[in-house]
Design a protein around this ligand. Structure first.
Ligand SMILES: C[S@@+](CC[C@H](N)C(=O)[O-])C[C@H]1O[C@@H](n2cnc3c(N)ncnc32)[C@H](O)[C@@H]1O
Length: 256
């Protein structure tokens, strides 16, 4: 079970919230009354939804008790539910199901997405963003390769995590029969970071977590140091010392 740390996740709050704002900006709904934010984390995606639709009833849902506690502390006026997306069922139809940077942790999208669509009111929408760089980004490849070789191989006898973001044609195939209007796109953001240490810190908040949880406390520092060394050549420093960190993301909005 992967645990989450809200403080670590929020270190890159600005970079992480931009795709969320971009997705919200593209949702063509007038005044949705009931909204649910699946995998709401510490509540920043939920807060962005509140900003666009202040009159709506908005519920944030997350399976991490720590994330829900952090969200509740920051935004006590909202409703928060601790639950698992893969088994959650809305108690009444909603107008918008929103999920920013969470569904890649959930399996079997070909079953999950049609199931979620049924929970929408007619005219409602499901809007999703996920990182779409697992197979291509050197930063992800480095985690997998590091865990599969040398002194680390025995610590990770099986695949540490699976990533559940597919290419656009997969989502078209799954959603076109249940949605008369679909919007699907990808964007590559270029984050300008201070150094390789920032890439490491970025992933300690997300993708490296499942690896670090397998290791003993005493081994984590070495794993992180080896990881940082490995990614250094893949992300060359700019003449002014900054490091460019490209990040591809997939978006879709399925209207019902
Ligand atoms: C990367 S964070 C995204 C947080 C927030 N949506 C945002 O935009 O900043 C991913 C969140 O998904 C949650 N999550 C992962 N798997 C989940 C599941 N099966 N059910 C509910 N939440 C889940 C994690 O606990 C984490 O808070």
């Amino acid at each position: 079970m992967v645990t989450w740390n809200a403080e670590q996740y929020l270190k890159f709050a600005d970079e992480r919230s931009r795709p969320c704002r971009d997705l919200i900006g593209r949702i063509a709904l007038g005044a949705p009354k009931d909204i649910v934010d699946l995998g709401c984390g510490p509540g920043n995606s939920t807060a962005a939804l509140v900003k666009r639709w202040p009159e709506a009833e908005i519920t944030g849902l997350d399976s991490s008790a720590e994330m829900i506690a952090s969200a509740r502390g920051a935004y006590p006026e909202q409703q928060w539910i601790e639950a698992d997306i893969s088994t959650w069922k809305a108690t009444k139809p909603v107008d918008l199901i929103f999920s920013n940077a969470a569904l890649q942790w959930v399996d079997r999208h070909e079953q999950l997405l049609p199931r979620l669509m049924v929970m929408l009111n007619p005219g409602g929408a499901m809007a999703v963003q996920m990182p779409a760089n697992y197979h291509t980004a050197p930063a992800h490849r480095a985690m997998r390769e590091l865990a599969a070789g040398g002194r680390w191989r025995d610590k990770f006898p099986s695949e540490v995590r699976r990533w559940h973001c597919h290419e656009p044609d997969f989502y078209y195939g799954v959603l076109q029969t249940v949605s008369p209007k679909l919007d699907i796109w990808t964007s590559e953001y270029i984050h300008i970071l201070n150094g390789h240490e920032d890439i490491v810190q970025w992933y300690i908040g997300t993708g490296l977590r499942p690896y670090l949880e397998v290791l003993a406390e005493s081994e984590r520092k070495d794993f992180i140091a080896a990881y940082q060394k490995r990614i250094t050549a893949d992300y060359p420093r700019q003449p002014d010392g900054h490091v460019l960190f490209p990040f591809r993301r997939l978006f879709f909005i399925a209207y019902r």
